[in-house]
Design a protein around this ligand. Structure first.
Ligand code: HEC
Length: 222
């Protein structure tokens, strides 16, 4: 802040020599106003949440579609699944990886309450796997992006509180999936509210400590 103001004052002094005193006085007044305005904006920015913070809450298009949460890789990583399936074995040579992330504010709230606050967003990122590449001789590593499942807790927007969205590799926004496609399985089988904390080893002890972990649900195999 200091450096630009000094520069402006020096520039004003130079103009004083070139254009005479009256013009310079007007110029200095204008500079002073600009500096004050800049200062006020900076002060306001310090007290208000920054613009990026809002990207950690669900964003919708005017017609109610969820916008692809493009910064989810800056969220908190929970865990990964490898070839997980809920209908029977898939017998794949190259099973899919699923990487789960949650918004940072929701994560922090969870660590002190064992519950998910309103506006929590989870993503499950689906990636293909590879075996052959570079120096790799065994095991799998993650490869191409295949899709993104998104789960939102937005109590004022959705009567069922939780809503589900499936993005393909190129979709920018999408509408909520019908209840039977995603919501019902999460309702019936997830250990903490609608989240599958039984599969996230660092969250499980936190939920158990706060008594929000539904053990019978988590242990049921069907
Ligand atoms: C048959 C049950 C089932 C259905 C149907 C289902 N899910 Fe899930 N979902 C799971 C399980 C189990 C996990 C945890 C394992 C994992 O990470 O893959 C999970 C994890 C998630 C997560 C990570 C956060 C969490 O809740 O643990 C998101 C986001 C998600 N699913 C979105 C969706 C979307 C979107 C759909 C519908 C297109 C869907 N799910 C349908 C079982 C289901």
């Amino acid at each position: 802040m200091l450096a630009p103001s000094l520069k402006r004052v020096r520039a004003a002094n130079r103009s004083a020599m070139r254009f005479g005193l009256a013009a310079a006085t007007l110029y200095i007044l204008a500079v002073a106003t600009a500096v004050t305005a800049e200062h006020n904006t900076a002060a306001a920015q310090n007290t208000k949440p920054r613009a990026e913070a809002s990207q950690h809450t669900p964003q919708y298009t005017p017609d109610g579609q969820l916008v692809f949460p493009s910064n989810y890789r800056e969220w908190v990583y929970l865990s990964s699944g490898l070839g997980m399936t809920y209908t029977g074995p898939m017998g794949e040579d190259d099973p899919m990886f699923t990487n789960v992330f949650v918004t940072p504010e929701a994560y922090r709230a969870f660590t002190v309450t064992g519950k998910w606050p309103d506006k929590t967003v989870f993503v499950v990122e689906e990636r293909g796997s590879s075996r052959k590449g570079s120096i790799n001789k065994g095991g799998h590593y993650q490869s191409e992006f295949m899709g993104l499942g998104v789960e939102v807790k937005d109590e004022s927007r959705f009567p069922e509180k939780w809503a589900y969205f499936a993005f393909g590799p190129r979709s920018e926004s999408t509408k909520a999936r019908p209840k039977d496609k995603c919501w019902q399985c999460h309702e019936d089988h997830a250990a903490v509210e609608h989240s599958f904390v039984q599969f996230y080893p660092t969250l499980k002890p936190i939920a158990q400590k706060f008594g929000t972990y539904k053990t019978a649900v988590a242990e049921s195999q069907r």
